[in-house]
Design a protein around this ligand. Structure first.
Ligand code: ADP
Ligand code: MG
Length: 326
């Protein structure tokens, strides 16, 4: 694989990225991917497939593996046209970090501070750090934060302590923090994994709105494929640290996922999807809508039926639509 200069039109450009936490245990195995400005892309995969590791690597939070041998095969990641890491060394400037918003499953707010102060922390890249780290923000800064809280629909809670609020409200505050930060790229690691269906929809609607109306590029890891299909035109599917599929989300029928993941595909569907799956191998838009909109029973134990090994697992349209390398 050629590992020369990055494509300058790419917002994320990762090439030859490998990662092992423990020697000899490969978690990411020679991953290459590219996201263009304005894309909204889902990253799916079973637990342990490497989603969080990939997201943290792209965000410059953990180093990828350093090259073996002479360094010619060093993996590298560029974000917004600048190197974020190469060959195991993180080289992310403060200015670049300010252009990347990162959202976590557990919200990462300071629990005992107000939502308003938490959102103001998004301005840390722009205010003198002595003042910012003490949580002293002026009226103009608070006004910006209030606007962002209004945008995500929780302005009335601005002065409440973040740990007094629901998970969905905290996640919306984390999104507001990315808004005031002025992020151009939003990387979200399972942002809806701890949320109920209504809060999940609200958070995904917000991400989609920021993608559409503010031009943010969004990479979001999701445990459930229904959300990928509803919100993200493109999906990258990880399996055991490798890219198993990268292409249109519309190709992700249960049969197709079963082909990629085998029995592991079970955990990628909402419980309420069982009925739809029983009816055949096709995943239809109406079924996705029904599952996401809560016509099913979210909290019931999974009653998923995986369609029997499909005879038409890989149709020509899948092959044309995406890249299957399982
Ligand atoms: P996912 O987000 O898809 O569930 P992760 O990236 O969290 O996957 O984990 C991928 C693999 O890496 C798992 O086998 C996990 O146990 C391992 N792993 C993750 N973080 C660490 C760590 N800090 N130290 C050692 N192993 C880790
Ligand atoms: Mg994870």
């Amino acid at each position: 694989m050629q590992k020369g200069a990055p494509r300058m039109d790419a917002v994320i450009e990762a090439r030859g990225v490998s990662k092992s936490y423990l020697r000899g245990v490969t978690v990411l195995d020679d991953i290459s991917l590219s996201l263009k400005r304005g894309e909204m892309v889902a990253l799916i995969g079973a637990s342990g497939s490497g989603k969080s590791t990939l997201i943290r690597s792209i965000a410059g939070l953990i180093p990828i593996d350093s090259p073996r041998g002479n360094g010619a095969n060093a993996g590298q990641i560029h974000v917004l046209g600048q190197p974020i890491q190469r060959g195991g060394r993180i080289s992310c400037s403060r200015a670049l970090r300010a252009r990347i918003g990162v959202i976590f499953q557990q919200f990462n707010l300071v629990p005992r501070l107000s939502l308003l102060t938490n959102v103001c922390f998004g301005l840390l890249g722009r205010v003198p750090s002595a003042r910012g780290t003490l949580g002293r923000f002026n009226d103009d800064e608070k006004r910006i934060a209030m606007q962002a809280l209004a945008r995500v629909g929780i302005a009335e809670h601005a002065l409440r302590r973040s740990n007094d609020l629901s998970g969905g409200q905290q996640q919306r505050a984390a999104i507001a923090r990315s808004l005031v930060q002025g992020a151009e790229l939003l990387i979200a690691d399972e942002p809806i994994a701890s949320l109920d269906p209504a809060s999940s929809r609200r958070v995904m609607d917000l991400l989609a709105d920021m993608n559409r109306n503010d031009g943010l590029t969004v990479l979001v890891s999701l445990h459930q494929v229904e959300y990928a299909m509803k919100y993200c035109p493109r999906t990258i599917a990880l399996k055991d640290g490798k890219i198993a599929y990268d292409g249109p989300s519309s190709a992700l029928t249960p049969a197709f996922l079963n082909r990629i993941y085998g029995a592991e595909s079970e955990e990628l569907f909402l419980p309420s999807f069982g009925a739809a799956l029983e009816q055949g191998d096709g995943l239809h838009w109406a079924d996705t809508e029904a599952a996401i909109n809560g016509n099913g029973h979210w909290s019931e134990p999974a009653t998923i039926v995986i369609p029997h090994a499909p005879t038409v697992a890989m149709t020509k349209s899948h092959a044309k639509a995406g890249r299957l390398s399982a």
